[in-house]
Ligand binder design. Structure first.
Ligand code: SF4
Length: 219
């Protein structure tokens, strides 16, 4: 018997089972988490929503009041606008995974503190490493600053592709910003977001065409 034959190599099915088990463990950890003060004011934590087997992940800032009440991300007015943007671009919301930098609602919807984001970050990193997305869309300045470790503003960053650990990252305006800026004129935030989401769709389509069985290697 060769030496290599003695080395245990888990099958694809075993790796997939382990990955799903790790996912369930992560969901439970977020549900029970009390690692930062945001646990004191939340109704419930908001893990995220969508399939683990996806190439496309969206990351926002934090749950708001509706998300805190329902336990799901992007279900309030901003979420409904995001749904319309996705639908118009031909991206099914059920086919993407959506989450936030922090999983619990900050009081009065304030921006999460750095310490809170640091405490919550291992959950986001675990989500990314289990999903293995090819594209990450950062919604608004908080996730893009957190992920790319930049101080540059969202207005300069939006619509540009960045490489982060081999993943293509593109920042877009947060839909709540678009609610406050409803104009659709050329050059308006809404118009620019429309251009950005089409870039995302185009890149996502290209990736799917290049590797139609992209999920085959993810186990
Ligand atoms: S925000 Fe994150 S770290 Fe803080 S309690 Fe919620 S899940 Fe835990």
């Amino acid at each position: 018997m060769r030496h290599e034959d003695l080395i245990y190599a888990p099958s694809t099915e075993e790796r997939r089972t382990k990955r799903l088990q790790a996912w369930e463990t992560l969901i439970e950890a977020v549900r029970e988490c009390r690692k930062c003060p945001l646990c004191n004011s939340r109704t419930q934590s908001v893990f995220g929503d969508g399939p683990i087997d996806t190439d496309l992940m969206f990351i926002g800032e934090a749950p708001g009041a509706d998300e805190d009440a329902q336990g799901k991300p992007f279900v309030g007015r901003a979420g409904q606008l995001l749904n319309r943007i996705l639908e118009a671009a031909g991206i099914a919301r059920e086919s993407i995974f959506i989450t936030n930098v922090v999983k619990c609602r900050p009081p009065n919807n304030r921006v999460p503190a750095v310490e809170e984001m640091m405490r919550c970050d291992p959950y986001l990193q675990s989500q990314i490493s289990l999903i293995q997305p090819k594209i990450i869309v950062c919604l608004g300045s908080t996730p893009v600053k957190w992920i790319l470790k930049t101080t540059e503003g969202i207005t300069n960053l939006r619509g540009r592709w960045f490489d982060w650990k081999g993943i293509k990252v593109i920042p877009m305006f947060h839909p709540s910003y678009l609610l406050r800026n409803p104009s659709s004129k050329i050059g308006s935030p809404k118009h620019l977001t429309w251009l950005d989401i089409q870039k995302v769709k185009e890149e996502w389509e290209k990736m799917r065409t290049r590797s139609p069985e992209s999920d085959a290697g993810r186990n």
